[in-house]
Design a protein around this ligand. Structure first.
Ligand SMILES: [Zn+2]
Ligand SMILES: [Zn+2]
Length: 375
């Protein structure tokens, strides 16, 4: 099969090289998935740019695919048959360790060591039985491949919002999203959805959507900040109350109680600490090129700030995410600015960067079926 692998020499193609790669096979305890599409995540780009993976690694985890080969036993056990469209997260938590028991599944050692074989920037991948058991979601007919590929990134944002404590805030809160790329816009759209639906903390997913027993109104002012005008415009169309091109233009009454850091610049944490209100919460949600030189101990201490982070979703966030996407409660398809295929993904990523695009989508949905060689 064809696969895109990390190649330190392929500088002009975002370090991605198209190669012939051994087609994975299904086994007694795994099935074979035909990749239909995959979103390109900011974390994939960082791994490539900063050489955080070994040469010849196949990346790509925001996968949507189709069951291609599955044995009868697994098919019966998990109610999946050839042709079923699915999404799955790439990591599977163990569900038993101390991290898993405390809602920190992304720190579980099994979570960190499980993956698709290989990543999804290719034609076929093998999914383990653990994936079938815990992380695979079967898609309904109405959900497009492209929308479904957002299940993982939206789930990451759901987790960050829940972890921030915003949904149990009493009184009113100013929320600022620093960086309005696709992740910043998704966070904003989710917050907008939650505040409209009187989200009640600890309510189950179904209660959330039926709005029953919800007596808690979230009074949130939703602000965004980004130097790029097209992104600010999209934020305004997404329900943000006000957007800024520079955090310095925020007036005193608008100072945030919560800041989501979805921009990858070194200076963001310092800006957040100087502009946040006393008692506020900063949610670190992106990687930066270097760690900040100084840890502003006293500002954090005297202002009683909470600085938290969120990385990768829990299984329950994935389910909630797919529900929101499949029921059209949150719009995602317009966050793709560039679409590519396997032969031009690298060039398309470079182009998207040059044009200040949002997100790149690898589309394999319409390609001719290439059968993997039989063992
Ligand atoms: Zn991702
Ligand atoms: Zn665990």
């Amino acid at each position: 099969m064809k696969a895109l692998v990390y190649s330190p020499e392929a500088v002009a193609k975002a370090f991605l090289d198209l190669v012939d790669y051994e087609t994975p096979q299904d086994t007694e305890y795994s099935c074979l998935i035909k990749v239909l599409g995959c979103g390109v995540c900011g974390s994939d780009l960082l791994k490539l740019e900063r050489a955080l993976v070994k040469p010849d690694t196949v990346l790509g985890h925001e996968m949507v695919g189709e069951v291609f080969e599955i044995n009868e036993a697994l098919s019966k056990k998990y109610n999946l048959k050839k042709g079923d469209r699915i999404v799955s997260s790439h990591h599977v938590p163990c569900g038993k360790c101390n991290y898993c028991l405390n809602d920190k599944e992304s720190l579980c050692s099994q979570f960190k060591s499980t993956n698709f074989n290989p990543g999804a920037f290719c034609e076929y991948l093998e999914l383990s039985e653990d994936h079938l058991k815990h992380t695979v979601i079967k898609l309904n007919k109405e959900t497009s491949n492209l929308s479904a590929s957002f299940t993982e990134p939206v789930a990451c944002c759901i987790k960050a919002i829940k972890k921030s404590g915003l949904l149990s805030h009493k009184g009113s809160a100013n929320v600022l999203i620093l960086g309005l790329g696709s992740i910043g816009l998704i966070i904003g759209r989710l917050i907008n959805y939650y505040r409209k639906h009187k989200y009640l903390l600890h309510s189950s997913v179904s209660e959330l959507h039926t709005q029953q027993n919800c007596d808690k109104k979230l009074e949130i002012n939703l602000y965004g900040c980004d130097p790029i005008e097209t992104k600010r415009k999209l934020a305004e169309e997404s329900g943000f109350d006000k957007v800024f091109n520079d955090i310095a233009f925020i007036s005193d009454p608008e100072r945030p109680d919560y800041i989501f850091l979805s921009a990858g610049a070194n200076i963001c944490i310092d800006l957040a600490i100087s502009y946040i209100r006393d008692g506020g919460t900063i949610i670190v949600f992106s990687s930066v090129p270097d760690n900040a030189k100084a840890f502003t101990n006293n500002e954090i201490y005297y202002k009683e700030l909470s600085i938290i982070s969120s990385y990768s979703p829990n299984l329950s966030d994935l389910k909630e995410s797919y529900q929101l996407i499949s029921e059209n409660k949150i719009r995602v398809s317009d966050l793709i600015s560039h679409t590519a295929n396997l032969s031009n993904l690298g060039e398309t990523i470079m182009k998207a960067r040059k044009e200040n695009g949002l997100k790149v989508y690898l589309d394999l949905g319409d390609r001719a079926v290439i059968r993997p060689p039989q063992p």
